[in-house]
Design a protein around this ligand. Structure first.
Ligand SMILES: *Cc1c(COP(=O)(O)O)cnc(C)c1O
Length: 387
């Protein structure tokens, strides 16, 4: 076989899937050019893929940075990014009410490597900033923020936080729950922005991926680490993500509208005790939502006026959403938090992060919001009968 490659049908509107792990060079000169970043060529599938590059440049633009990287999952994006910068004896501060596995990584894994990790509760804003003031007497390497937080959608005053921690501490923001359509942490001082693409960005419940975006300098450091750690997404996944970005805006507009409508509906129901939705005045951080968010998304969390069993009855009576714990995909999903995602936590731990037995997280899908409202209505009537 001759070692040459012809461009065929290179006028496809959509970039084909580069399902390859290996690349060849035409000359030593070309190899040198590759090493010096003078030729956009691939070397090996753990370092290079055209479908990644397309997605990464789109994500960088959406997140308002120079560059971005794609990973095999959101967790991998977070862990590879943090490990690119953290060293033994460093301190890492984070918003304690965050995604369970991020908390596990910070609480259980990093301390084994001699990193001190400090959770700060973002719920009460004044105490939060006071605590930052105290903790920042000693320098921290990283401040990690999940915003909005899962499942209560707590926010932080990011610009104020940035001015408190100064420029020497890296500010990393996981804004999976807002997407760049609703929130751009870069505008308020975040050095790196992370998303789990398994949620809104993928948007169809059919893939796992994660991304980090930042300045060229920071992203190069993370890229070197990704080259070693190997937490890369496969080419087909990158292809699907490129498809998904085409509809991100339309999908987010739907989620923002439907989310607001459903949150308002729930707020008016006598059996609903509390609704956590950033667009409602009753959310403890609605004043921050106005400053930071351009829309409030498709996750609505609420507490029923009911005990554990009656809340389960309510969730089971729902006909439209699947029982499960993804969000941002085509299907609506619902979970009773204390028996689903947080089942293995002790009562004290649940209390600490605000997971009580009547807490329900509803993730809207692409259905008409009225369909979900009718369904919520009939399920609420069911529990009214049972008491
Ligand atoms: C789901 C999620 C993650 C983890 O992402 P995976 O793609 O599932 O690994 C991280 N942060 C937040 C806020 C999430 O919701």
């Amino acid at each position: 076989m001759p070692k040459e490659k012809k461009e065929i049908y290179s006028n496809s509107c959509i970039t084909p899937i580069y399902q390859n792990a290996v690349y060849f060079f035409e000359s030593t000169e070309q190899v040198i050019k590759y090493h010096q970043d003078e030729a956009c060529l691939g070397r090996y599938g753990r370092y290079d893929n055209p479908n990644w590059l397309e997605f990464e440049s789109k994500m960088a633009a959406l997140d308002n940075y120079d560059d971005a990287l794609l990973f095999s999952s959101g967790m991998n994006a977070i862990i590879t990014t943090v490990c690119s910068f953290i060293e033994q004896k460093d301190r890492l501060i984070y918003t304690g009410k965050c995604y369970r596995n991020i908390r596990k990584f910070f609480d259980n894994v990093l301390p084994k490597w001699g990193v001190e990790t400090i959770p700060i509760d973002p719920m009460r804003i004044d105490e939060f900033h006071e605590q930052i003031e105290n903790e920042c007497q000693k320098k921290a390497k990283i401040f990690f923020v999940e915003m909005p937080s899962n499942p209560h959608l707590y926010l932080v005053d990011l610009a104020r936080l940035k001015s408190q921690i100064g420029t020497e501490t890296l500010l990393i923001v996981d804004s999976t729950l807002s997407t760049p359509y609703n929130f751009q942490p870069q505008r308020f001082g975040a050095d790196l922005t992370i998303h789990s693409c398994s949620k809104y960005i993928g948007g169809h419940g059919d893939l796992l991926a994660g991304t980090v975006a930042g300045s060229r300098e920071l992203i190069e450091k993370v890229r070197n680490y990704r080259n070693i750690m190997g937490g890369i997404a496969d080419p087909h996944c990158a292809f699907l993500l490129n498809r998904s970005l085409d509809s991100l805006e339309i999908r987010m507009r739907h989620f923002n509208e439907a989310g607001m409508k459903i949150a308002k509906y729930l707020q008016d129901q006598p059996r609903v005790k509390k609704v956590f939705y950033n667009g409602l005045e009753s959310h403890p951080h609605s004043f921050l939502a106005k400053k930071y968010l351009m829309g409030y998304g498709g996750v609505v969390t609420f507490e029923l006026d009911a005990d554990l069993e009656v809340t389960s009855e309510f969730v089971e009576a729902l006909q439209v959403p699947f029982m499960g714990s993804n969000f941002g995909s085509s299907h609506a999903m619902v979970e009773q938090c204390s028996v689903f995602t947080y089942y293995n936590l002790s009562p004290t731990e649940k209390q600490e992060i605000g997971i009580n037995n009547s807490l329900v997280r509803l993730s809207i899908g692409y259905e008409e919001s009225d369909l979900l409202i009718e369904d919520l209505d009939q399920a609420l009537k069911t529990i009214d009968v049972s008491g």
